[in-house]
Design a protein. Structure first.
Length: 306
């Protein structure tokens, strides 16, 4: 029994005559009769009762008719699903993002989902080192990471630079900017990552280049914790301005760092010499098509948010 025989069987059952079924299938009657005979022999039972020129389903034939309809529909649905996955129209897309850079992804998800409503997302967070390992292990297809990172194993698209801001309690300071010299005299919190150089090293090096030693009392693994501690008055902090897009900032004031701004760079990366799904390629197109100059600045994003 094969799928072609089942499709022939369904046509015969619905037409009630082998002659009409052959015409419907655009084939000669003898080969169709032969295929029906082979199907009945393989099953060891008659599927039709001959009543003159017409034929009717036996009890076994009725069962097979119901099952064959469902089976062929499942095959058709599976074929369409596989084709849609191949075209990037459905399936699951696994993506990772450093928490401070998640806004690069979040601003794209809604229009992407509207265009490809059957694509599901599985999202991962972590520092750049961990996300790079997830890519190597094929747990995710794309990752938005914080530079620096060894990119020998990856293709990448650079993202707009992000500058750091000083964050403190909202009512603790009424000014628009502050110098690194002033910041160095205050208890400070800084983000860190598990391996390699990250935001922590960027901040410390910025102070050292100016002969300053930051008073870092707390190292936090994520922006939510840092902002919560700032809000409670434990200490002030330094973090990328993009963090203010994705996290609540009530009770926190962001102040620009004057004269010597600290900038961080990021990129979306994917593994070289690895299969990349069509849905991942579609999402990458949104990063290519925006271009560095046309992507709204961090300040523009925050203004929209507020």
């Amino acid at each position: 029994m094969n799928l072609r025989q089942l499709s022939y069987f369904i046509a015969i059952a619905e037409e009630g005559q082998i002659t009409r079924a052959a015409k419907r299938l655009h084939m000669a009657q003898p080969p169709l009769s032969q295929q029906l005979k082979l199907l009945e022999e393989s099953l060891g039972t008659f599927l039709f009762e001959r009543t003159g020129r017409n034929i009717e389903l036996t009890e076994a034939g009725k069962v097979l008719y119901q099952r064959a309809q469902k089976l062929l529909q499942d095959v058709d649905d599976t074929s369409k699903e596989i084709q849609e996955i191949g075209m990037g129209l459905s399936g699951t897309l696994s993506i990772g993002a450093v928490e401070t850079n998640f806004f690069h992804l979040s601003r794209r998800l809604r229009p992407f989902h509207e265009q490809y409503p059957n694509v599901q997302f599985r999202l991962f967070s972590g520092d750049s080192y961990r996300l790079a390992n997830r890519l190597r292990e094929r747990e995710i297809e794309l990752a938005i990471i914080q530079l620096p990172l060894n990119l020998d194993d990856f293709h990448s698209i650079p993202l707009p630079a992000d500058h750091f801001v000083f964050v403190t309690q909202e009512d603790g300071m009424e000014r628009e900017s502050i110098s690194l010299e002033e910041i160095s005299k205050r208890p400070l919190m800084v983000l860190y990552r598990e391996s390699g150089e990250g935001l922590y090293e960027m901040v410390v090096n910025a102070f050292k280049l100016r002969g300053l030693e930051p008073n870092i009392n707390f190292q936090c693994p994520d922006p939510t914790m840092l902002l919560s501690l700032v809000r409670s008055g434990v200490a002030s902090g330094i973090l990328p301005k993009s963090s203010l897009i994705s996290y609540p900032i009530e009770g926190v004031k962001a102040i620009d760092i004057e004269h010597h701004p600290i900038e961080s760079n990021s990129a979306i990366i994917w593994l070289k010499n690895a299969y990349l799904s069509k849905s991942a390629r579609h999402l990458l197109e949104t990063f290519h098509s925006d271009g560095r100059q046309s992507i709204p600045s961090i300040d523009d994003e925050i203004n929209v948010m507020n």
